[in-house]
Design a protein around this ligand. Structure first.
Ligand SMILES: COCCOc1ccc2cc1OCC(=O)N(C)CCCNCc1c[nH]c3ncnc(c13)N2
Length: 273
């Protein structure tokens, strides 16, 4: 399998490129097959001029070092990478189920059982990242993928940082950003806990809680934690309790990842805990 000899130098001639899987800000992802082993992978192709233009070379390098060292069932594997004169190629685990948000748009919203299962998977993956001093900071539905068994995989670590200290660089779309980030204050691991609250709400209602016409209105709703639970779909009080304990302005008062795993809504709705 592609990961067996990580040290070896890969090149484009080792792969047959298949259908495009999607287009991101900095690159396109394709289905691909390693010629000798016939192993199926995803190949993310990023143009070097894009990297120079957006001056994200060091960030991309950090992201690839981080993702190579992360080994977790809910984190998309980065098996290795190579480059030619104008492109960088990332050899990634292929997620057959594609992007989770397509699933969310198709279904409108997930059942409480499905939402709780995804939140538990994300919590496990984040606990693992925080143990390795990695803050993801940019978890949003299009960076969440599903494998052939419908298991959640976090893909893009574009904004992750290997950090012990507090960070305060703006990043990501506003909807998922915690108050301390949109207020450009120093922030720490707890931003990922806030994002779990945003995603839990979005999985259950089909849209993020602070969505608004303008970025400025979203900004105001986030910093005021202007949280409203619509009457439909009708959601259990346990689910609302979890969301209320994650979308807390004071980052030190947000429910910890450990406490999320022990929350009654998770215990009640997730099978293989
Ligand atoms: C700096 O980059 C770090 C790595 O980022 C990614 C790795 C793998 C990705 C996506 C990644 O970033 C987000 C992105 O490019 N899009 C939103 C466009 C493509 C969406 N994926 C579609 C997809 C379907 N089946 C897949 N199996 C594996 N990986 C996939 C996909 N995508």
């Amino acid at each position: 399998e592609a990961g067996e000899n990580p040290g070896r130098q890969w090149s484009l001639k080792d792969f047959e490129i298949g259908k495009p899987l999607g287009k991101g800000k900095f690159g396109r992802v394709y289905l691909a097959r390693e010629v000798k082993s016939k192993y199926i992978v995803a190949l993310k192709i990023i143009f070097k001029e894009q990297i120079e233009k957006y001056r994200i070379h060091h960030q991309l390098r950090r992201e690839m070092e981080i993702q190579t060292n992360l080994l977790h069932p809910n984190i998309l594997r980065l098996y290795g990478w190579f480059h030619d004169d104008e492109r960088i190629f990332m050899i990634l685990e292929y997620a057959y189920g594609g992007e989770l948000y397509r699933e969310l748009r198709k279904k409108g919203h997930f059942t409480e059982k499905q939402a709780a299962t995804y939140i538990a998977s994300l919590t496990h993956a984040l606990a693992y990242c925080h143990e390795k001093h990695v803050i993801h900071r940019d978890i949003k539905p299009e960076n969440l993928l599903l494998d052939h068994e419908g298991r959640l995989k976090i893909a893009d670590f574009g904004w992750s940082v290997q950090s012990k200290s507090k960070r305060n660089t703006m990043c990501g779309t506003l909807d998922y950003l915690a108050p301390e980030m949109v207020e450009n204050k120093a922030h720490d691991y707890a931003v990922d806990n806030w994002t779990l609250g945003i995603l839990c709400y979005e999985f259950l209602y089909g849209a993020p809680p602070f969505e608004a016409e303008s970025q400025n209105d979203t900004f105001k709703r986030i910093v005021n934690v202007d949280l409203i639970f619509p009457s439909t779909p009708s959601i259990s009080s346990e689910a609302k309790n979890l969301i209320n304990r994650l979308l807390v302005k004071d980052s030190s008062k947000r429910l910890s990842l450990q406490k999320i795993m022990e929350h009654p809504w998770i215990i009640k709705n997730v099978d293989n805990l």
